[in-house]
Design a protein around this ligand. Structure first.
Ligand code: MTE
Length: 343
């Protein structure tokens, strides 16, 4: 099941659960909270299991965070690439409730040699695209230990105040705020602490990009979401009456950083003007923005662009970096509209 929502309908900070995109690699597993167990194993002093009641008895925290699929926007790439042909809507913002993974790891006693934490889901299947796997595998991704110990990385059991829906990982999923969605493992049943980097399918064949290391391209797993502004309205292809007022709207986000500003260009990138941020930007979540545009008085095509800068000074790129394979689509993509004689 892979579902997205029309990005042109973004109109609020929190995405209602029924509109939140779904990305499943394998058939959805049947899960019950009463029989759910989380196994904690590997490089820990006290391996063991945690059940749902025991998890809910631990101190919880709430984190507002979006999840974006690493291939969000892929259908806008030219030339076309392989993979789920997402439009712009494989992203959503929610409030998550759960127990910091760190607290569970600390109780288990992480050994000094630990390097990574592998998170494994209950779902499994055979991968049918190239390169194939040696058979049936579980969905699993790892985090470097320092990332796993960030206090906002959760074993989440509520989404927007309600228990997780089955498609979003009921009863418990990982939530890794600021990282692409592949890290937020759903239907979580196993936490394995390892003393070396995990080399699983979704860590090596899938969800990777090239990094130039001393001139040598090296495959590295995807991680943090980079800065991005996306235009929700007007939508591509819209016909707008000349001379009228038009509000350009959208959302911007920047992984573990907050958005600092969004600029808009209505002439294909020659002149840029500041958009108004709606609300206080914060790490992990998006910030909605708007820009009041007086439409030209003459009909003709217009290319609308939006560009965000984060609080660490990183600016959204204007061009696509081919080292990102079919992922991390955050370069500025024009939204082409047509100004027509007013009716
Ligand atoms: N976890 C499991 N167990 N199985 C999966 O297929 N998909 C991942 C991640 N966690 C996946 C998973 C990917 S690629 C994304 S983008 C997010 O879940 C999507 O989360 P959502 O379906 O709740 O929106």
């Amino acid at each position: 099941v892979n579902l997205e929502f029309p990005f042109s309908t973004v109109d609020r900070f929190i995405t209602p659960v029924p509109r939140f995109f779904v990305r499943n690699h394998f058939p959805q597993p049947e899960m019950e909270a009463s029989s759910w167990r989380l196994s904690i194993e590997g490089e820990v002093e006290h391996p063991g299991e945690l059940d749902y009641e025991a998890l809910l008895a631990l101190p919880a925290r709430e984190v507002a965070s979006l999840i974006e699929c690493a291939g969000n926007g892929r259908s806008l790439l030219q030339p076309a690439v392989k993979g789920v042909p997402w439009g712009m809507g494989a992203v959503g913002n929610a409030v998550w409730t759960g127990v910091p993974l760190r607290d569970v790891l600390e109780r288990a006693g992480v050994r000094p040699g630990a390097a990574e934490v592998v998170l494994q889901g209950a779902d499994a299947g055979a991968v049918t695209q190239e390169p194939e796997t040696p058979g049936v595998i579980h969905y699993a991704r790892s985090l470097p230990l320092a990332e796993a110990l960030r206090p906002e990385v959760l074993l989440a059991y509520r989404m927007n105040g309600d228990p997780l829906r089955p498609e979003h990982g009921y009863p418990v999923r990982a939530l890794v705020p600021g990282w692409y969605g592949m890290a937020s493992v759903k239907w979580l049943t196993r936490v394995l602490v390892t003393d070396r980097p995990f080399q699983g399918y979704f860590q090596t064949f899938d969800y990777t990009r090239w990094e130039r290391d001393n001139g040598l391209p090296t495959l590295v797993p995807l991680g943090e979401i980079p800065v991005k502004a996306a235009i929700s309205r007007p939508a591509a292809g819209e016909r707008l009456p000349a001379g009228r007022d038009c509000r350009i709207e959208g959302a911007a986000w920047a992984g573990t950083a907050a958005v600092a500003r969004v600029e808009v260009s209505t002439d294909g990138g020659q002149i840029w003007s500041a958009a108004r941020l709606l609300g206080e930007p914060a790490p992990y979540t998006w910030c909605l923005w708007e820009y009041a545009w007086q439409l030209p008085t003459h009909p003709g095509p217009c290319a609308l662009l939006a560009r965000a800068t984060d609080a660490r000074g990183r600016v959204q790129p204007m061009h696509r970096d081919p080292d990102r394979n079919t992922y991390m689509i955050n370069h500025v993509i024009p939204v082409k509209v047509e100004v027509v004689n007013g009716e």
